[in-house]
Design a protein around this ligand. Structure first.
Ligand code: MLT
Length: 205
């Protein structure tokens, strides 16, 4: 399969340093496949990067699934899009010869990564979830035994209530994931602290 035959518009940067887990970069609402490449480079020197564009448009802004309002998701669409993205990752791994990636998702991208963890846990080697919330209220029982997950939330996040982030952490931990949940004194946007913590976590994962 050539890269233009893969289901999602995307960027792929081959690894330049062997032995590092590939990163699956998942942007926030209004981002695209180019957005998080600098973040990926900052988080893991020389790792392969795979960065798809969300296929859903909301007023012209790419997203990974449909929502009915801010923080209110179309759960049938979350399931469908998570399955399609999981299939894209499997096909891209074959095309580019990649090991299972660690997802690095921000906001809407973190939410679809959390949905993949719940629905297709084998697709990801782990996940860094930046400002994620519960993507599915009716999630099936997943087996995430030992899967490493870093969840970084903002204490002053106007979009993700801290209680919702804590609920996601316990949902993932309840399914067996090794969850490190930290609440930073920040809002919804990314901070230097996110980058430092995610980088250190990836180094020891
Ligand atoms: C979402 O829709 O996934 C969340 O509300 C985060 C966002 O994209 O604003």
């Amino acid at each position: 399969m050539t890269d233009s035959q893969l289901s999602h518009v995307h960027r792929h940067r081959p690894a330049t340093v062997p032995g590092r887990a590939p990163l699956l970069l998942l942007h926030g609402t209004g981002g695209d496949e180019n957005d998080l490449l600098p973040l990926g480079e900052a988080l893991s020197d020389g790792a392969a990067l795979l960065s798809p564009r969300g296929p859903v448009l909301e007023n012209g802004m790419p997203r990974f699934f449909r929502r009915l309002a801010e923080g209110v998701f179309d759960e049938a669409d979350v399931c469908r899009r998570a399955e399609e993205l999981a299939d894209f990752v499997s096909a891209a791994r074959e095309s580019y010869g990649l090991a299972a990636p660690i997802a690095v998702g921000f906001s809407n991208g973190a939410n679809i990564a959390a949905a993949i963890l719940l629905l297709r846990p084998r697709v990801l080697a782990g996940a860094v979830l930046l400002r994620a919330m519960v993507p599915l209220n009716a999630a099936p029982a997943a087996d995430l035994a030992g899967k490493p997950v870093l969840l970084l939330s903002g204490a002053a996040d106007p979009i993700v209530p801290t209680r919702n982030a804590a609920q996601l952490a316990s949902m993932l931990a309840g399914a067996g994931a090794a969850v490190d949940h930290q609440v930073l004194p920040v809002g919804h946007g990314l901070s230097q602290a996110d980058i430092a913590k995610a980088r250190a976590w990836l180094d020891r994962t």
